[in-house]
Design a binder for this molecule. Structure first.
Ligand code: CA
Length: 368
């Protein structure tokens, strides 16, 4: 368990010195950190950087390294292609995580078990990471994201261009339109008139292929709806998931609160116990709500924010949490959403009229 304790400095892999630059980009509830390490010791053929979080930051994924966390101890190991570092050379990788209640940036870095010297040789981190908790979420700008649409370029009443109407399997009375009477931005939004009963489902699908968005896929949308989420299961965001044979990863409601649902096994996040439902949130009616989520495509990791507040019942990180991920962790395959569909699907009761606007999907966090 204590990954830091069992790593003696030994052999040619030991570094005589190292300098670490740990640069945090933090927002409410989460962070990424770019980690750059200068190897002042002998050349390395593989590397392992370890550190300890004083706070309750928790790594959910990494890039250019395999990053794991046990308790407060974090270990980053080179990938198959970036293990070689010359003497005097630099290695770099990144981590992403949830911030919890925050904590200072780590200072006890060790490279292949040899301390980098703590504060003495480590440049200061900029900006101070999550203490105090940041008040500035990521930018709402989404200009270079794969999907970044305010629907203002829609010219007719039928969704067109980068969007198309779809009603998989069967079609009843559900309908979709470009609405010029209700909008979050500008003068247009997508309107979905969803009706109870599966075949009355209706979605508008983005034509964008999302299969290369990642390693963490970030989605931001503004949604407004009319009728409180029902007790019965409903869906309003559906994403085909290639890791589940194309079965959808879905966001909707059950027992009056937001939930994630996995089509292939009908697992829910949170669990539908009273405690679990209480750890989620209703979706308020009659006003625009900013819904954001992050899907880790390399591990079991999901985060969800409603109006910049992280929803604890809509969080999965691979560490079991009672009443939250009891069902969710039954499958360990990392999700791989490939497309985005917005609309309404009711498996029993529940009509709703919804509007979507300012929808974005990208590989970096997108704010409200
Ligand atoms: Ca708009």
């Amino acid at each position: 368990m204590p990954l830091l304790a069992a790593v003696p400095a030994s052999g040619s892999a030991a570094a005589a010195g190292c300098e670490v630059d740990y640069t945090v980009n933090a927002w409410t509830g989460g962070y990424t950190a770019e980690v750059s390490v200068t190897n002042n010791g002998p050349a390395l053929s593989d590397w392992r950087l370890t550190w300890t979080y004083e706070g309750d930051q928790r790594v959910t994924s990494g890039w250019n390294a395999t990053v794991t966390q046990s308790g407060h101890a974090v270990t980053a190991v080179n990938t198959a292609w970036n293990g070689t570092v010359a003497s005097g050379g630099t290695l770099s990788f990144g981590v992403q995580g949830t911030a919890g209640s925050g904590g200072p940036a780590p200072t006890d870095f060790a490279l292949n078990g040899v301390s980098c010297g703590g504060d003495g040789t480590q440049p200061p981190t900029t900006p101070p990471p999550t203490t105090p908790p940041p008040t500035t979420p990521p930018s709402a700008e989404c200009g270079d994201a794969v999907v970044c649409d305010d629907f203002e370029n829609q010219t007719g009443s039928t969704p067109a261009g980068n969007w198309r109407f779809t009603a998989p399997d069967c079609q009843g009375t559900g309908a979709a339109a470009v609405d010029t009477a209700v909008a979050h931005s500008g003068a247009r939004s997508l309107r979905l008139d969803g009706k109870a009963g599966y075949c009355n489902h209706a979605f508008v699908a983005s034509t964008a292929d999302l299969s290369s968005v990642g390693p963490v896929m970030y989605v931001r949308m503004w949604v407004r709806h009319t009728t409180a989420l029902p007790a019965a299961h409903v869906t309003f965001v559906s994403m085909p998931d290639s890791s589940q044979g194309g079965k959808a990863l879905r966001i909707g409601g059950q027992n009056g609160a937001l939930q994630w649902n996995r089509e292939i096994d009908d697992a829910t996040l949170p669990a539908q116990s009273p405690t679990g439902v209480g750890m989620s949130e209703p979706l308020p009616t009659g006003s625009w709500q900013c819904l954001r989520f992050a899907v880790d495509t390399t591990a079991t990791g999901l985060d969800t924010w409603l109006n910049d507040e992280q929803v604890p019942g809509l969080h999965a990180d691979g560490v079991p949490t009672r009443d939250v991920d009891d069902q969710w962790l039954s499958r360990t395959t990392a999700p791989r959403p490939t497309a985005l569909r917005l609309g309404w699907e009711s498996y029993g009761n529940g009509d709703d009229t919804l509007w979507f606007d300012d929808v974005a999907v990208g590989s970096t966090p997108i704010g409200c």
